[in-house]
Design a protein around this ligand. Structure first.
Ligand SMILES: CC(C)(COP(=O)(O)OP(=O)(O)OC[C@H]1O[C@@H](n2cnc3c(N)ncnc32)[C@H](O)[C@@H]1OP(=O)(O)O)[C@@H](O)C(=O)NCCC(=O)NCCS
Length: 183
């Protein structure tokens, strides 16, 4: 098992080949997949590619979210499109198990990952794209201190219609100021 970050209730750890079966079952929840803009079905080859990408740490750093009490995988989180010459990355967080929403887990995971991103990876800018219909996520990211930068009008297509993609960001200085304000 690879490097992990943890608090009292959850652990973030790297993806093992043995996780792929449980992950593909979890990821086949199309209601949740749609919230993050996913469209394609999960095939064995798609899972293999997911695994390969998750092992490649220069452009992508991926963790599974696991409960400490029962070692149950409930979601995934990671940085993608990491480009160190610009110190930028996109960020992703999906709690696939709905029963675990609204308990502060997302906040804890995002806090761990932002600390990791800004204080260990030395990122300068972390960006998120959220489908406009995902009101819960937009509110969540605003609560986390992300700022809206604009919208990609008709940036994605789902349920028979085009919708906007809301682009959000957090800069290094904004992160540090947010941390200071919380002290
Ligand atoms: C969006 C998402 C990551 C949020 O994670 P979460 O664990 O549900 O979020 P939190 O519990 O930390 O915070 C959500 C709410 O619970 C509240 N909360 C925080 N700690 C809490 C606790 N201990 N008990 C109860 N509620 C709590 C927060 O204040 C917040 O309330 P608000 O929405 O009224 O402001 C998660 O719902 C998810 O993965 N959704 C599906 C996929 C998705 O949309 N991903 C984002 C794509 S961009």
């Amino acid at each position: 098992m690879g490097m992990y970050l943890e608090n009292k209730t959850i652990r973030l750890r790297t993806v093992d080949r043995g996780d792929l079966k449980a992950l593909s079952l979890m990821m086949s929840n199309t209601d949740i997949a749609r919230l993050s803009g996913e469209v394609y079905p999960i095939t064995e080859q798609a899972m293999e590619e997911f695994y390969e990408k998750a092992q490649k740490t220069d452009e992508r750093i991926w963790f599974l979210i696991e409960t400490i009490s029962s070692n149950k995988i409930i979601g995934e989180t990671g940085f993608l499109r990491i480009f160190m010459p610009w110190r930028t990355a996109d960020y992703s967080l999906i709690i696939w198990e709905k029963d675990y929403w609204g308990k502060g887990i997302g906040t804890a995971v995002a806090n761990m990952m932002l600390d990791y991103g800004f204080n260990y990876l030395n990122l300068h800018r972390v960006a998120i794209g959220v489908v406009e219909c995902n009101k819960r996520a937009i509110r969540f990211w605003k609560n986390m201190g992300f700022l809206e930068e604009g919208k990609q009008v008709d940036g994605f297509f789902s349920q028979g219609k085009y919708s906007d993609f809301v682009m959000m960001r957090m800069l290094e200085d904004e992160y540090r100021k947010g941390q200071k304000d919380r002290e």
